[in-house]
Design a protein around this ligand. Structure first.
Ligand SMILES: CC(=O)N[C@@H](CC(=O)O)C(=O)NC[C@H](CC1(C(=O)N[C@@H](Cc2ccc(O)cc2)C(=O)O)CCCC1)C(=O)O
Ligand SMILES: [Zn+2]
Length: 619
């Protein structure tokens, strides 16, 4: 292959270049599936043996990437006039961490594997009230269920602190090593640091500024929901200390990271007498995991989108294995880049949340299917936020009372057009979509500063809580120290998965929803729209997905919405009826909170050893 370039000698011979691109794709469709298969094997059976195979396959892929990069140097591709070929070369040359020399590449993959293994194997023991203190519990399903259902402050604090002790606290050294090597790779690829590299995928001038403007546009809505939740939680936990600086203790919001407050629905529903208890309905109807996937797949195919390939159900891992092996339970969707193998791995539970997650993962696979005939390097989202939005857009229709009625997941005596039920539905949506906004924003605000070198290892935790206290308005329920590393307790940090993509997705999914609802001929409030069975809407979505990352994302945005910018106006329109209701509910509340968490909470950033030293001296 290398000979093609040099034999023509002409660095601008586009015909020869295209032949080389074909060769690249053929080889990439062999190398990438092998790497994915090895990664899949480890993710579905975490053993040292499988880890070695995974590292070996990643090494082989990185060598292929290095070779390919070197061959791109045979061409003056930056001056090609054919945009498609030029864009393929640009992406082939962008090899990320593979640019590192083999020994450093092994080090960074080792550091990442260590952290992923710690996170996936973590268990928490000494549960309050347990006879046997050596009994230990995993995040999925036990700790997640406690965070979702418990109203016992102590039990919630045990799960919250225990999870952070068993994950983040064990990672700072590996994380520091990862940051150092990721930055070195980014530098070798011409970026200022790894955050600069990650942001480059959006191909957007002053991307950080744009994200900040979107976030500012949503702050008032978040403050209303925060004030309402704080008011009701103070009633539920009367007598327990809420910081006078206005934050909500982070373990009370129904989720290990306070990123989604949907589990507080029974506490926060405007009309508690009109529940949306889809989980109970699913259980009463003996829903299985497979039935959840069939339901989701039917929504896609009724829009005229593609069904799952036959192999999909055989090869996927849709339930947590019961043979005791360690797996990465965190849900994920896999493209094997051979146009044949597509899988989902998740530890499904029969709940409404998991029905939504199933649509989210199926959205990824639908995107894989729609762009599978693109050149390998174009088999990605228009930008990473697009990939995160597909499943959620469909879920916006599936979640409506109207659709739930259609699929018999609304109580028979409930009328989907009942305005009080509709307000309960909007609250339920707000507890997932509005509550998420600051969290989706702050994770990469923290990481970008770490990659810039503005946050050193001994400031990791202080800077994390500065952002959590300032942007999310939550505070730690127990004292935090620099020896803690709470960012590491969130999957995406040890797993090195960028996160701003979810913030982008939560904004653009409402733009897509608005546009597809119009296409589907919907009239009336946006939150009542269900695009189910609209092949017009399906065709628009498919046309956008088929582009993959072959065009810059404003072209893809235009293909659906007719305009080229991200904006929050459709999200705000969707929640308008609830915003009015919230304003009345919190009119006697102080909206917002101090930038810093109160003195009692989170300011004790001294290392634990000083405390222990003082204790020893005075006793
Ligand atoms: C091989 C590979 O890694 N593939 C990628 C896909 C790709 O890049 O092709 C992938 O599968 N990533 C996993 C990740 C899983 C989930 C997640 O992490 N979600 C965020 C935020 C959120 C939460 C609720 C929600 O409704 C939407 C987003 C969180 O849980 O914090 C967990 C359940 C939902 C999505 C995902 O699917 O995005
Ligand atoms: Zn996703």
């Amino acid at each position: 292959v290398a000979s093609i370039g040099s034999s023509f000698g002409d660095r601008n011979n586009i015909t020869a270049a295209k032949i080389w691109l074909e060769e690249y794709n053929t080889e990439a469709e062999k190398v990438r599936p092998e790497a994915q298969e090895a990664s899949w094997t480890w993710n579905t059976n975490i053993t040292d043996y499988n880890n070695r195979l995974k590292l070996e396959a990643e090494k082989k892929k990185s060598e292929f990437d290095k070779r390919s990069y070197n061959q791109t140097l045979n061409w003056d591709w930056k001056n090609f006039t054919e945009i498609n070929a030029k864009r393929q070369f640009y992406k082939i040359a962008d090899i990320g961490e593979s640019v590192l020399p083999t020994d450093k590449f092994q080090q960074i993959t080792k550091a990442k594997s260590n952290m992923q293994s710690v996170y996936s194997k973590a268990r928490v023991c000494n549960k309050p009230g347990d006879q046997d203190p050596s009994k230990c519990y995993p995040l999925n399903p036990t700790l997640e269920n406690i965070m979702a259902k418990s109203t016992d402050w102590k039990e919630l604090a045990w799960a919250w602190e225990g999870w952070r002790n068993e994950t983040g606290r064990k990672m700072p050294d590996d994380y520091e090593k990862f940051v150092e090597l990721a930055n070195e790779a980014a530098g070798m690829n011409g970026y200022t640091d790894n955050g600069d590299y990650w942001r480059s995928w959006y191909e957007t001038e002053n991307f950080e500024k744009q994200m900040e403007e979107l976030f500012i546009g949503l702050k008032d809505l978040y403050k209303l929901l925060h004030a309402y939740a704080r008011k009701k939680l103070k009633e539920r936990f009367v007598g327990h200390p809420f910081p006078d600086s206005g934050q909500i203790p982070a373990h009370l919001l129904g989720n290990m990271w306070a990123q989604s407050w949907g589990n507080l629905f029974t506490l926060l529903a405007p009309y508690p007498g009109k529940p949306l208890d889809v989980t109970e309905m699913m259980r009463e109807q003996n829903y299985t995991t497979r039935k959840m996937f069939d339901l989701s797949e039917k929504f896609f195919t009724d829009l005229g989108l593609d069904p799952m390939p036959p192999k999909f159900y055989n090869d996927s891992m849709l339930d947590k294995p019961e043979d005791g092996r360690d797996v990465v339970c965190h849900a994920s969707a896999w493209d094997f880049y051979n146009r044949k193998d597509f899988r989902i791995k998740q530890c499904t539970q029969v709940t409404m949340d998991w029905l939504i997650t199933t649509h989210h993962e199926m959205g990824h696979v639908q995107y894989f299917l729609q762009y599978k005939d693109q050149p390998v390097v174009f088999r990605r989202g228009a930008n990473p936020g697009f990939h995160e939005a597909i499943g959620d857009v469909l879920a916006l229709s599936v979640s409506t009372p109207k659709h739930l009625k259609k699929i018999n997941l609304l109580r028979p005596n409930q009328n989907p057009d009942d305005e009080e039920l509709q307000l309960n539905f909007l609250m339920n949506q707000a507890l997932k979509k509005i509550a998420f906004i600051p969290f989706g924003y702050l994770i990469d605000q923290w990481r970008w500063k770490v990659f810039k070198g503005e946050t050193k290892k001994d400031e990791y935790n202080e800077d994390w809580w500065n952002l959590r206290c300032k942007h999310q308005g939550v505070s730690p329920p127990v004292q935090r120290f620099n020896t803690d590393f709470d960012a590491g307790s969130k999957f995406h940090v040890p797993n090195n998965t960028p996160y701003i993509r979810y913030f982008v997705s939560y904004v653009i999914q409402f733009q897509f929803h608005k546009a597809l609802c119009k296409e589907a001929g919907h009239n009336g409030p946006l939150h009542k729209c269900d695009i189910d069975q609209s092949t017009e809407a399906g065709n628009k979505l498919a046309a956008m997905m088929k582009l993959g990352s072959s065009k810059e994302w404003p072209d893809a945005m235009e293909a659906i919405t007719g305009q080229r910018k991200m904006n929050v106006s459709d999200l705000i329109e969707y929640f308008a009826p609830l915003e009015d209701w919230l304003k009345k509910e919190v009119k006697n509340e102080t909206l917002g909170w101090d930038d810093q968490c109160g003195r009692i909470w989170g300011n004790g950033m001294r290392t634990k050893s000083i405390f222990i030293a003082i204790y020893i001296i005075f006793h």
